[in-house]
Design a protein around this ligand. Structure first.
Ligand SMILES: [Zn+2]
Length: 434
């Protein structure tokens, strides 16, 4: 085994609710085989010993993103969401080639890795290129194949979009860091007929369905006016919720909608920074968690909200809830950190991510606990609150995905980031010109 020994080990695993002083993680291939105090560690042959002077914890899980949108960062600022999509995003996206998307994904993935994110859930055009960019950067990725059927600029026939996902299952089967799913964009961009077809294919292939749900007040109101149903009820009617479903944003929810999502075990990706920047609203996170819904945090795409930074999302989730209710007890740091790790992993149906225990993937981050921003006197008893309220990505020192070192001393080892940034800037200039 490879043995990682850390001054503090935070497992996010129910068996060890508090950080372990002098903790050990044993890893075989890409999987954790043992965790616990060093004094109890099993006597086994050790191939590599890795010492972590700070804190070792599971990598963060980004439950909702469109990472190649680093190519569009900053475009269309301050527009309402529907105009921002139709007037700024979609025309530029129509000019992107698969190679553009691959390079945008690779660059955004290096940014996420350096920020301590080891898994991202993606929904974007040219999904094979998304998977290729993820593999080149070294991040773990759930690539959901986008589905749109309500017209230009995304006018590939529905059956071709679905066939593409089915063939991708075979293409990516042997790549352990890539999972494949379906990403019908939203109920306002996929017809009921399209959603039924998505539900059927997802059921037949056993894949996750990833969809935007009730992000804006208008989306919720339009759907109620059109069909007499809220978005959750429509998704139930067309059979989507018979599949493992990950719903993103989920801002405008009634009590009945929450109860319906809990009944169908729908996972939720809460995107507080994006929701704030787009003025979408404050999602009912605590009500959803109290109903038993698995809630994770998502950054959303870097064109929606510039950063790919789950430290900022954790704080923003707490701040929004506290301002909304004028109550400083809302979303304590333990709940915020759970949403960035195990909550997100469970929301996407991957209990082997977001926590460290036997059978978990060896996706880990080492935190430099002597960074001034974590002081004074960082310790086992204040570790969780400091990680949520004080930390920024600059405290992330090393990152492993499946036991492979991909960030060392804060720098990504897989990619020449400077050269790639220059290429991405060229692409961004090209696609911004009509
Ligand atoms: Zn989104």
């Amino acid at each position: 085994v490879d043995r990682y020994t850390a001054n503090l080990l935070l497992t996010m695993n129910d068996e060890h609710p508090d950080p372990i002083t002098c903790g050990v993680v044993d890893v075989e291939n890409d999987t954790v085989v043992w965790v616990g105090p060093e004094a109890d560690a099993p006597q086994v042959p050790i191939v590599n010993r890795i010492r972590i002077p700070g804190l070792l914890m599971p990598g963060l899980v980004n439950a909702h993103c469109h990472t190649p949108m680093v190519l569009l960062r900053g475009a269309g600022e301050n527009l309402p969401t529907d105009r921002w999509l139709r007037e700024v995003m979609w025309p530029r996206e129509a000019r992107m080639t698969p190679d553009d998307v691959r390079l945008g994904m690779q660059l955004g993935a290096t940014e996420m890795l350096a920020n301590g994110i080891t898994t991202s859930v993606e929904m974007y055009f040219h999904p094979d290129a998304v998977a290729e960019g993820a593999v080149e950067a070294g991040i773990r990725c759930l690539v959901t194949y986008p589905v749109f059927d309500t017209g230009p600029p995304h006018d590939t026939p529905l059956h071709e979009q679905l066939d593409d996902m089915v063939s991708a299952l075979h293409r990516w089967h042997a790549t352990p860091t890539i999972d494949i799913g379906l990403g019908p964009h939203a109920v306002y961009t996929v017809s009921e007929r399209g959603l039924r077809a998505v539900a059927d294919v997802a059921r037949a292939e056993g894949v996750l369905v990833h969809i935007h749900v009730a992000e804006g007040e208008g989306e919720d109101a339009d759907e109620r006016a059109r069909s007499g149903m809220g978005v959750p009820e429509l998704l139930e009617k067309v059979g989507i919720l018979e599949n493992r479903t990950l719903a993103a944003h989920v801002v405008w929810m009634t009590d009945d909608d929450i109860e319906l999502f809990a009944r169908h075990n729908v996972g939720v990706a809460h995107c507080p920074c994006s929701n704030a920047k787009h003025a979408s609203g404050v999602a009912r996170v605590e009500d959803m968690r109290a109903a038993g819904i698995d809630v994770g945090l998502g950054t959303d795409g870097p064109a929606s909200h510039h950063r790919l930074d789950l430290f900022e999302e954790m704080r923003t989730a707490s701040r929004l809830a506290r301002i909304h209710f004028r109550d400083a007890s809302r979303i304590p740091s333990s709940a915020a950190l759970t949403m960035a790790t195990t909550g997100a992993a469970d929301a996407l149906g991957r209990p082997d991510l977001g926590r460290l225990g036997p059978g978990s993937k060896a996706d880990m981050i080492a935190i430099n606990t002597s960074a001034p921003e974590l002081g004074p006197d960082f310790s086992s008893s204040n570790a969780v609150s400091r990680l949520v309220w004080s930390a920024s990505p600059s405290v992330v020192d090393r990152v492993w995905v499946g036991g492979r070192l991909v960030v060392d001393q804060g720098c990504v080892t897989s990619t020449d980031v400077g050269e790639l940034s220059a290429r991405v800037s060229d692409i961004a200039r090209r696609i911004s010109q009509a």
